[in-house]
Design a protein around this ligand. Structure first.
Ligand code: DP6
Length: 359
């Protein structure tokens, strides 16, 4: 009798937003970065990918992936690298225990959905690959640690390795040629700084113009500023950021976050041809944060932008009224805010003030 069972496992993975940005690869095949990075994992209630992975001997044809109902190409090297690594670990278990079903040989059916706009600079590849890797690891009953899974997810998308942890997460660049020490690690759990909030302002839900992968490759090849960022600026900031988080020093956390976002976008502008991710609404958000902080006499809000115009504003719960309220008053009526999703996300984040992932 053949095994007709359909094996299935589901999981969710949250979005993370870097406060010290990853930008540049020293090895494009293994997805090894030119600098370490550090991020904050957001609440799964607001921004997350849900993924179900199934496999069965009764499935035929190649592996498939549906994202928000649309078939995706899984033949790319990154997705294949994740599948291969996970199948390899499962095959080891099957060799050690021959009575286990041979799931590693069955076609995979993956179904994923995001509750936020895909590829709008909202780190969809981060939660996407983190959920994909964890769903298959669960399906294969691998019991791998988040650190071990981070090494696999990194090959799908660099920032995905950080979405395997909640709270404050570093991705150490590592130095090994095979990437075995380029791993994510928890700097502090979300409970360490429970007052931290993130407001996500969807300036545009449109797909971004220059993908992170293409953009960072062009930066590495052409920008003169880039070397200083990777070699001098970021290593110092990583240490300062870890200290700011350990001491719950919001003023330092905010200043480092804003300076690193600006340094990253300066490097983008220094790329040939230049890459523009920020738009007029993004710049209005920057000026508004500068005004709020100037009036408060210290940093009570911090902006950061990834590879797109959408702003993420960090602040502490006790300043929620001031920060979220000021944004609503001054930017709530702008055209860029009028998309249905923009209202939904900005509204959710503003009202619920996006509690961080509690783990
Ligand atoms: C600006 O992780 O999307 O969001 O490894 O090529 O998939 P690939 O890049 P990706 O880049 C993220 C860049 C960033 C900064 C960050 O998240 O650290």
């Amino acid at each position: 009798m053949g095994d007709n069972t359909i094996y299935r496992a589901s999981t969710t993975a949250p979005v993370n937003i870097a406060v010290i940005k990853y930008w540049g690869k020293r090895d494009a095949k293994l997805n090894l970065p030119t600098n370490s990075s550090l991020s904050v994992t957001l609440s799964q209630d607001d921004l997350r990918t849900h993924t179900t992975a199934s496999c069965s001997s009764t499935f035929s044809g190649p592996d498939t992936l549906l994202l928000n109902g649309s078939p995706q190409d899984v033949s790319g090297a990154r997705t294949q690298a994740c599948f291969k690594a996970l199948r390899g670990l499962r095959a080891e278990l099957e060799t050690a225990n021959p009575s286990l079903p041979k799931l590693s040989t069955y076609p995979l059916r993956i179904v994923s959905s995001n509750n936020f706009p895909t590829a709008a600079g909202l780190a969809s590849s981060a939660s996407g690959f983190a959920a994909l890797v964890r769903a298959i690891a669960n399906l294969y009953e691998l019991h791998s640690s988040p650190t071990a899974l981070s090494q696999i997810a990194r090959q799908g998308s660099g920032s995905a390795c950080r979405s395997l942890f909640g709270g404050y997460v570093a991705w150490d660049q590592g130095s090994a040629a095979d990437g075995s020490d380029s791993l994510a690690r928890e700097v502090a759990p979300a409970s360490h700084w429970p007052e931290m909030r993130a407001l996500v302002l969807v300036v545009s839900a449109a797909k971004k113009g220059v993908s992170s992968t293409t953009g960072m490759q062009t930066t590495v090849a052409t920008s003169a500023l880039f070397r200083a960022r990777a070699e001098d600026v970021v290593p110092k900031r990583m240490a300062e950021m870890e200290r700011a988080i350990a001491e719950r020093d919001f003023d330092a956390f905010a200043r480092l976050t804003m300076r690193d976002s600006n340094n990253f976008h300066a490097v983008c502008l220094d790329t040939e041809p230049p890459i523009f991710y920020l738009n007029d609404v993004s710049r209005a958000a920057i000026r508004l944060v500068e005004c709020i902080n100037a009036a408060a006499g210290k940093a009570v809000a911090a902006y950061t932008f990834d590879a797109g115009p959408n702003a993420v504003i960090y602040f502490l719960e006790q300043n929620a009224g001031l920060v979220a309220g000021t944004f609503k008053t001054f930017l709530g009526h702008l055209d860029g805010w009028q998309t249905e999703l923009g209202n939904k996300l900005a509204g959710q984040a503003g009202v619920a003030a996006d509690a961080l992932e509690q783990k």
